[in-house]
Design a protein around this ligand. Structure first.
Ligand code: 3PZ
Ligand code: ZN
Length: 318
């Protein structure tokens, strides 16, 4: 069966109307991740070449309303701050070219305070250490051009302690390899400028093999052995391959068909798998996955940041 083509206008409408359904249950269920939801929707719109589909002043005002006196951001106004939402806030402001609206010093202090003596980071004042939070911190600080505020070498060393003999990375030393963790570890190594120095070509090839083995007969990718395929792993796996220059190692044609098959062609949005209910998370990673595969008519995505390449080029100056 031939998959549908990309339903751009349905996806744009789906994202634009996400916040007009405050009568729907899923609106209230997503209050605890709203700021990330805005980042996912906004990024999808930019990649779909509809960068002005959300009102810029209201977007900036909402982001700023989520900042806590500590300098960190919560998912919604008055929510506790966390590195996840602090990163989303900075990504949104960078994308709409409004980083000057931010009290950067205060935000940098919040992020830097999350680093632990071994180089890792915690998500908030209480939470567990996890390689995901190294990525969040380095991504956010690099967009603010303030990587100097933390011990980058210690962070790189911690990431390398989480490498496994199968080539992958886990959330902590000796933890199982997982595609999401591989994305965050490679992204951290790239942002820290240490990937080539700390990983040999042999190690990269072993990792590339593990990542390609994620492709299943449906064309879709899973996040680790024995798990089901899911659109979001199109992003975690293929962006990881892109960061090490090996996108061509997956069958792009079969993956593209799998992703396109996960669209809600009438209502817009992408689901984790064909026939499931669409959400904004799988929508951005579906669109970003298609962009990595070179699907026609999409903006180029930066595999390290999951932001339009044009934006990271402007903000990072490279
Ligand atoms: C989803 N979160 O913990 S979550 C997320 N997942 O906040 C957002 N693929 O109800 C949406 N699974 C949907 N809209 C799912 C973000 C998760 C990832 C769950 C998921 C995705 C399969 C089971 C963790 C960045 C940030 C957060 C995550 C990953 C990357 C859920 C379950 C969990 C979450 C939210 C809703 C199904 C949307
Ligand atoms: Zn998923």
């Amino acid at each position: 069966m031939t998959p549908p083509i990309l339903q751009t206008s349905a996806h744009v409408k789906y994202i634009q109307t996400l916040d007009t359904h405050s009568d729907r249950l899923d609106y209230h269920l997503t209050t605890h991740l709203r700021l990330s939801g805005v980042y996912w929707g906004l990024t999808a719109l930019h990649l779909l070449r509809h960068p002005t589909a959300l009102p810029r002043p209201a977007t900036i005002a909402f982001v700023l309303s989520c900042q806590h006196p500590s300098g960190g951001f919560g998912a919604s106004p008055a929510h506790d701050p966390h590195l996840l939402y602090t990163l989303s806030a900075i990504q949104i402001l960078a994308t709409v070219d409004a980083l000057d609206a931010l009290d950067a010093d205060k935000t940098v202090r919040y992020i830097a305070a999350r680093q632990t003596p071994d180089g890792c980071f915690t998500g908030d004042e209480w939470g567990e250490k996890d390689t995901r939070f190294i990525y969040c911190a380095l991504n956010a600080l690099s967009l603010l051009r303030r990587l100097d505020a933390v011990d980058v070498d210690a962070a790189m060393a911690y990431v390398m302690r989480c490498r496994n003999p199968d080539g992958g990375f886990g959330m902590a030393p000796q933890a199982e390899s997982h595609a999401g963790q591989i994305f965050t570890c490679l992204g951290a190594l790239r942002i820290g400028g240490a990937l080539e120095r700390l990983m040999s070509q042999d190690q990269i090839n072993v990792l590339g093999d593990w990542l390609c083995e994620r492709q299943l007969p449906s064309g879709g990718l899973n996040g680790r052995p024995e798990k089901l395929e899911d659109v979001c792993y199109s992003w975690w796996v293929v962006s990881s391959l892109a960061m090490v220059g090996r996108v061509g190692w997956v069958d792009g044609g079969r993956l593209e068909a799998f992703i396109l098959g996960c669209q809600d062609v009438e209502g817009g949005g992408f689901a984790d798998r064909a026939g499931d209910v669409a959400d904004v998370f799988h929508t951005v990673f579906g669109v970003a996955g298609l962009s990595l595969l070179g699907y026609e008519g999409l903006e180029e995505v930066d595999p390290v940041y999951c932001m339009p390449r044009e934006v990271t080029r402007r903000v990072l100056g490279k």
